[in-house]
Design a protein around this ligand. Sequence first.
Ligand SMILES: C[S@@+](CC[C@H](N)C(=O)[O-])C[C@H]1O[C@@H](n2cnc3c(N)ncnc32)[C@H](O)[C@@H]1O
Length: 188
Amino acid sequence: MKVDLNSRYGLNPAHSEVVEACKLIEPCDTLDMGCSNGRNAIHLGQLGFNVTAIDTNPGAINMLQSIVNGEEMSNVKAQVYDINNASLSEDYGFINCTVTLMFVNPARINAVIADMQEHTLAGGYNLIVCAMSTEQHPCPVGFPFTLKTDQLREAYAGWELIKYNEDVGTMHNGAKLQFATLLAQKPS
Ligand SMILES: C[S@@+](CC[C@H](N)C(=O)[O-])C[C@H]1O[C@@H](n2cnc3c(N)ncnc32)[C@H](O)[C@@H]1O
């Protein structure tokens, strides 16, 4: 059995939605947006995905790169990149963006999502998990950006919504936090 590299390097397990999505998505060229120190990228790499992992934080990218170098994982590369640029240069079968969009400049959100969609191959997938702030559940955390009701669903009009929910969770301090979760497939 393969060693679990997330535990070997003290990384949290991959996001549960990433684990779930990988039951459906076959290994392919994949972009992990806002990868931090790589809990999702390493998991995807171990499953055979060909991963480009991007983050603005050079410390996180260096840490991920040192894991990748140490393990000789030629299918994972880590790069410093600012998502606000919305200027991806390659196309992917899977773009993962878990718990990252809320740190993006609100004025750039539409451009960032449009760029993700444009750089997804026909039949490819986008996974997004992002905090919301609604009248019923105002976001208790000061994120730069939060989604409104149905905003993400509407941004993916024309794609097949394999999963979409706007569930409310409870934080450690009891505060309610609403998240939108979307797994969508681009038409072939
Ligand atoms: C809460 S962490 C999420 C990490 C990872 N996606 C996960 O599921 O665990 C958010 C990450 O987004 C990165 N980030 C924030 N703004 C960014 C930007 N403009 N461009 C690229 N990465 C950014 C942060 O550095 C941080 O590593």
